[in-house]
Design a protein around this ligand. Structure first.
Ligand code: SF4
Ligand code: SF4
Length: 439
């Protein structure tokens, strides 16, 4: 048996029942941003499911024919919400990515840059923090201003270099949260005991978001544990087919949070929360009751910060935000975690805010983890459509609930907005400003 057939057989054993649950109705097509943008069946959920099925049956080649349509999927999972028979598209996508990578690895002589980034860089929180310290120096010393003046990032990295402008200024390192600590509630009595999941991007480049999350939770009455050995959630890895690394990260996180008896494990990134809630899909040995119960205890405690703050309803707003505000949902927060209207309700509860709904808000911004880096042209086509809605609303602030969406919408402001003054920020930044939390 050839290696191609081996991988196809493994793919079939993983996905065949799942792909066969698709009844080909096509209800998912209008919900799919890549189908709307590319207008071909192979860029639709139904088309991709059929291609995975054909690859599993050995009728098409996994790398030659399947890889490109799968790589062009954003993984936004809007198709799952639209599907009347609950086809588990996210799981099919994950399996296909894993098998494509397995097939590519067979022809690889040595690890490449992507292997290093995903297996060594994003798995090492000390490395990430060190890199962000260097980026802080790059900003603080004025080097960033100089390189931007002569458009050096664009000259070296092309279109990707333009995205450097989307990175916000980093505050002092004293605002980076110390791991292994308990931070007490700032209210007379403790209303909840929670842990905070720090993630990788929010722990390195965007630690302002983690700082505000922690302080808002404390102001709302939470004692907050920050488990020491937590790391990256593994979403980037699982979505790129690096399942062994994703499983290791998942296992490490489950063990890191197990030590603290808390009501909730709070996340502030839609993408991280989604995979944390789904750890049982790929971590649990179905025959091992102990590991099943350990992982299910972990996943059942995952809550987005918007849900926790809304449930507590104890924040006191001290400042009016007299601005036009709109909201771009995180696909994984909405489609996977099923947190839909709560962020908007929190925004509307801030005094002075003029909330205007973004047209077609439920359509993905095309950040998609590293999709906007790997598939820049396709991502920008979808983002420019999104900004037709933004330019109609003319907001002062676009609120997001995931670091990737935040950076993508900032990039969209630079590239497609009629007003370069529009800010793209995380929900916790807006709430923090209304609570007079200063950095
Ligand atoms: S995950 Fe998103 S981009 Fe991919 S097929 Fe589904 S709707 Fe389309
Ligand atoms: S909506 Fe569901 S069943 Fe219908 S084509 Fe899409 S994935 Fe298949």
């Amino acid at each position: 048996m050839t290696k191609q057939k081996d991988v196809a057989v493994e793919l079939k054993s993983k996905v065949y029942d799942k792909v066969n649950s698709c009844i080909q109705c096509g209800y998912c097509l209008p919900a799919c941003p890549t189908y709307k943008s590319m207008e071909t069946e192979s860029a639709s959920p139904r088309g991709r499911i059929n291609l995975v099925k054909m690859a599993a049956e050995g009728k098409i080649d996994i790398t030659e024919d399947l890889k490109k349509p799968i790589d062009l999927c954003l993984g936004c999972r809007a198709c799952e919400v639209a599907c009347p028979v609950d086809v588990p598209y996210g799981s099919i996508l994950e399996d296909a990515k894993e098998m494509i990578k397995k097939k590519e690895d067979e022809n690889k002589k040595k690890p490449d840059m992507k292997d290093w980034l995903l297996n060594s860089f994003f798995t090492n929180s000390k490395f990430l923090r060190l890199s962000s310290n260097l980026f802080y120096l790059y900003q603080e010393t004025g080097l960033q201003k100089m390189t931007r003046k002569v458009k050096l990032p664009e000259k070296i990295l092309g279109n990707i270099g333009k995205m450097e402008k989307a990175l916000p200024n980093m505050p002092s390192h004293k605002y980076r949260i110390k791991k292994g600590q308990l931070y007490k509630a700032k209210t007379p009595d403790t209303k909840l005991t929670v842990s905070l999941f720090l993630g990788c991007i929010n722990d390195s480049l965007l630690y302002k978001i983690n700082y505000y999350s922690l302080e808002l939770l404390r102001l709302a009455g939470c004692d907050v544990y920050i488990p020491k050995n937590q790391g990256c959630c593994g979403a980037l890895h699982a979505h790129q087919g690096y399942m062994d690394t994703a499983k290791q990260l998942a296992s490490d996180n489950v063990n890191a949070f197990k030590a603290h008896d808390v009501q909730y494990i709070v996340t502030n990134a839609g993408g991280c929360g989604a995979i944390l809630k789904e750890y049982d899909h790929f971590l649990v040995d179905k025959t091992d009751a102990d590991s099943k119960s350990k992982v299910e205890t972990f996943t059942s405690k995952i809550k987005d910060i918007a849900e926790v703050l809304y449930e507590l309803d104890t924040l006191t707003f001290l400042k009016n935000i007299n601005k036009v505000v709109t909201y771009q949902p995180s696909c994984h927060l909405k489609n996977v975690q099923k947190v839909d209207e709560i962020p908007e309700k929190l925004i509307m509860g801030i005094p002075g805010v003029n909330y205007v709904e973004l047209p077609d808000k439920d359509s993905c911004c095309a950040s998609g983890g590293v999709y906007n880096v790997v598939n820049y042209e396709e991502s920008m086509k979808i983002l420019s459509d999104k900004f037709q809605g933004v330019n109609y609303v003319q907001p002062d602030i676009i609120v997001t609930s995931n670091p990737g969406c935040l950076l993508q919408m900032s990039h969209g402001v630079n590239e497609f907005s009629n007003s370069k003054q529009t800010q793209s920020i995380h929900l916790v930044e807006l709430l923090a400003e209304a609570c007079n939390l200063e950095i």
